[in-house]
Design a binder for this molecule. Structure first.
Ligand code: ATP
Ligand code: MG
Ligand code: MG
Ligand code: MG
Length: 465
């Protein structure tokens, strides 16, 4: 079953069960300052859960494009290393706004997986929040799940929060066992982070709002928010283990092979490039442009990372923007705006790539020399800063190279070097201002530089969790 068909099967199933099909929201949550990018299907319904907004339906279903490359749920560092994480993915969801609650939500999910899609029950594993006896009882006594395949877990796994504030609640999750050939243990065991038992669906029992003070108050009505990764489900239905082996990703990886000349389909850099063309392409569609601050800076980091991986594969010309046509072939039907904006997307990517190409090679030479000369397994902060300041290497890009070499970067030293630079650029701009008030343009440049330093340290903090 192609990924596109799975998306429709899901939406149609919930439509048959009285849910309204609602289109997904933008990746840029324009009216939510607490959120970097849309990271879950429930984001566009946040105010409905909170009781601040009313809709003319109480059940909805969506396929929501999500980006997790910063903020609370950041997966940038997982891309290329796990079988299941992307920076961009689609989250299938069904929602109840004060309509049905735990039992129906669990029944819908189980029926969709085991009846509609016919997945074998013995391949599925479920989890509930540690003291949620009600959910455990529904699973075991009403659905008939083997109690040996149910785990009770704590806040980290089974209490879902969209961010530090906002709607939240205990959850129940469904995992798929990819079989004993894959290393890893069931949820709650020591190796549960490996990719044998892969989490596919999160059912959140929305009951609270976390306030800025940290206090948790009840929502006006208990509600349901669920999220299932489309690509993880596609992997199961297409009989493969890794998300990167599904139809969409195989096409993008082959396109990356064509453009970079790499012939090893298993190469990790190809997976990173295939992942990043989706997040970069869709972020640009939703109005983000590469810049030195905020969301634009996260986009810039994603693009530069992808280009560095192309360079790693021996690619010497611009290649990244050429993958947009392949993305349109794979996803243009579901997202017509990709095709409509294709010239714009390619132009933005090409400019960014040409700009970075000028410094990439020199920066890599300096980094590689620095790595060769190391006497410990930490890349010094001054070198990370120099690469950032002179060659436009976001720190996470340097960290990515370091990790490939079994090294880490000195984040504290990097931040200290940045703070020093900030102090200097501030006093330099003050000096100019004193000298000549008319140097407004210069002032603006200084200010941009200062902003980008702030952005870098903010994003680094976000990345480090
Ligand atoms: P994981 O533990 O695997 O990182 P999660 O618990 O962070 O997943 P949720 O926040 O519960 O994920 O999101 C709901 C669903 O969205 C997950 O069950 C999964 O199917 C999917 N999902 C989450 N993060 C990603 C990602 N980075 N790439 C692809 N799918 C994802
Ligand atoms: Mg996660
Ligand atoms: Mg999880
Ligand atoms: Mg989860």
């Amino acid at each position: 079953m192609k990924t596109a068909e799975i998306r429709s099967r899901f939406l149609n199933f919930f439509e048959k069960n009285q849910h309204k099909i609602v289109s997904g929201g933008s990746l840029v949550p324009h009216n939510d300052p607490t959120l970097l990018f849309t990271n879950a299907g429930m984001n566009q319904f946040k105010d409905v859960f909170l009781g601040n907004e009313k809709r003319d339906y109480t059940r909805a279903t969506t396929s929501q494009r999500c980006v997790r490359a910063g903020g609370k749920h950041n997966d940038l560092e997982n891309v290329g290393y796990t079988a299941r994480h992307h920076t961009f993915f689609e989250m299938l969801g069904n929602f109840s706004f004060g309509d049905y609650f735990k039992e129906e939500a669990i029944r819908f999910a189980w029926t969709f997986l085991t009846v509609e899609l016919g997945l074998p029950k013995e391949k599925l594993w479920v989890t509930v929040y540690k003291d949620d006896d009600e959910a455990a009882d529904i699973w075991v006594n009403k659905i008939g799940v083997d109690p040996n395949r149910l785990s009770r877990l704590g806040d980290k796994d089974n209490f879902w929060m969209m961010g530090d504030t906002g709607p939240c609640g205990p959850s129940s999750e469904i995992f798929y066992d990819h079989g004993e050939d894959v290393p890893g243990g069931p949820p709650g065991s020591k190796d549960d982070d490996l990719d044998r038992y892969i989490e596919i669906w999160n059912l959140v029992f929305m009951q609270f709002d976390t306030l800025e003070s940290g206090e948790r108050v009840p929502l006006p009505k208990p509600s349901i928010d669920t999220g299932m990764g489309l690509e993880r489900l596609a992997a199961i239905l297409q009989g493969v283990h890794s998300n990167y082996e599904i139809d969409i990703f195989q096409s993008l990886i082959k396109a990356a092979m064509r453009e970079t000349g790499c012939t090893d389909i298993e190469n990790r850099s190809l997976r990173v490039i295939a992942d990043h063309i989706r997040s970069a392409g869709f972020l640009i569609v939703d109005g983000v442009v590469p810049s030195n601050e905020g969301r634009g800076y996260v986009l810039r980091r994603i693009i530069r990372r992808a280009i560095r991986h192309g360079h790693q594969l021996g690619c010497t010309q611009t290649f990244f923007y050429k993958l947009i046509d392949d993305l349109i072939i794979e996803m243009g039907d579901a997202y017509p705006e990709l095709d409509k904006l294709s010239d714009h997307i390619k132009k933005v990517l090409k400019i960014e790539e040409e700009q970075f190409a000028r410094t990439l090679e020199n920066g890599m030479a300096i980094l590689n020399d620095g790595i060769k000369a190391l006497t410990s397994d930490v890349v010094p902060g001054e070198l990370v800063f120099k690469l950032y300041d002179t060659f436009g290497f976001p720190a996470d890009l340097t960290a990515d190279v370091a990790r490939e070499n079994g090294l880490t970067i000195d984040v504290e030293g990097f931040e200290a070097a940045m703070a020093e630079q900030r102090k200097q650029s501030q006093s330099a701009s003050k000096f100019k201002m004193d000298r000549d008030v008319d140097l407004a343009l210069d002032g603006a440049t200084e200010f941009l530089g200062y902003d980008s330093l702030v952005a870098e340290s903010q994003v680094l903090k976000l990345l480090s969790g």
